[in-house]
Design a protein around this ligand. Sequence first.
Ligand code: SF4
Length: 89
Amino acid sequence: MEIADKLALNKFSVDTIPHLKIDQEKCHPCPHKNCTLVCPVSNYTQEGDRVVLSWEGCLECGTCRIACDQGSLQWQYPRGGFGIAYRLG
Ligand code: SF4
């Protein structure tokens, strides 16, 4: 089974309140934008000189929390009842 097939078995209950937030003032001068490289589901994309975040498909793995060395990411788990439900794992 391919990774994409396994990911498709997960269920998401998406909150309207993002559990991840970027402080753009701190993010803007970052020279490497690690978050765009490490997220396994590509939740971070670079648009011009700005990083855009989509939290809806977040796996809650915490990789971006470690990779961001600019202190620009506010990371927390989704509120109770929201987020990912792993079906194989
Ligand atoms: Fe991507 Fe993991 Fe960060 Fe979610 S916690 S945005 S899946 S790197």
